[in-house]
Design a binder for this molecule. Sequence first.
Ligand code: CMC
Length: 393
Amino acid sequence: TENVTLDQGFANTASCKSEITFIDGDAGILRYRGYPIEQLAEKSTFLETAYLVLYGELPTATQLSEWEERIRRSTLIDERMRDFFRTFPRGSHPMPVLAAGIMSLSTFSSKATGLDEAAQEKATEQLIAKVPTLAAYGYKNSMGQPTLYPDNSLSYVENFLRMSFGFPTEDYEFDESITRALDVLLILHADHEQNCSTSTVRLVGSSGANMFASVSAGVNALSGPKHGGANQAVLEMLAFIRDHKMDVSEFVKKVKNKEDGVKLMGFGHRVYKNYDPRAAIIKKHADEILSKHIRGSHEDLLQIAQELEQAALSDDYFQERKLYPNVDFYTGLIYEAMGFPVDMFTVLFAIGRLPGWIAQWREAASDPHTKIGRPRQIYIGEPARDYVGMANR
Ligand code: CMC
């Protein structure tokens, strides 16, 4: 292990050069392809932002309508994939179902599993178009409800909402504020440079594995509570405080004392040492959505969240460590107000992060300097010793 430097969690090691996303963690700045996240959240749509993240430039009107049309035409999944969903038990968590669904999808998309440019384009289109269908089917399955075919007269987000909450026998009524809020949330999640799931996608892709295999691995990496699973964990934390009639300061004390490893979920970030700019945008939308849609016990959760944020921001422990709310602190409350159950929250994050995973996979695939990812280690185990026969152990 000569010349090997230990960098646990890769806190100081750049694994690649990238043109996609810029973050200044101290200043709280996030840009996709140079465009500030605040402007994209206000003015763009998720599909337009996906195009930007993937292809590097904002599309012209023609490029955008061609792109939207391509995606719209590919939303349907093979009929046999519907049987796939029926084999999972009712109540199964939709994240593993999504990861498995993405792998299964690859068996129906043989033209998209190669590594050449045409296959990459096909895989991009298949994944962006079909992942919301897979996600909605996973959700419907977990609820024991019938699935709906995509309706290609609808927008990307409308289609997903209808497939999630609609019923085959009823018209689905859209709420404009919910549709837009979900569009914005997806924009905010579209890429975040070399986070755990994206690094996973790149690492898997570096072996020459195809986009489906790499993205499916990304979904699994995202599922953990320190990463995308935090949005579910935040809501569970808020519900725990409410159900135990706990005082917020009591909970903060538990966190500070590191009792049972309790963390303030939705706080802290490897890169942001300032307010996460995505959290600031979400907070604005949260006020609007929650004032309109939140009811009963959810109101308590919002209040607990606000009190927790205040208590943490004014506390030495959090100030010294520069722990601020991250993207996951308020998203769960909004998803809940939209009607999603907690175990769908991370699936929504996955739909949003998809353009980033794909763009990063493609950037690595087209970079002649990409090498197979293969970190080193510092060995601290036993020195050489002789095999001991069973009788002498
Ligand atoms: N609550 C309490 N203490 C914390 C928290 C927290 N949420 N986050 C960090 N700390 C403490 C940590 O214990 C350590 O203290 P000490 O120096 O006394 O040992 C110090 O702050 C530095 O933290 P770290 O663990 O070295 O930081 P990291 O960069 O390895 O971890 C993190 C980053 C996001 C995993 C962590 O902050 C965390 O677990 N947060 C809660 C989970 C969460 O909200 N995750 C979502 C992240 S944003 C979106 C996403 O990636 O999905």
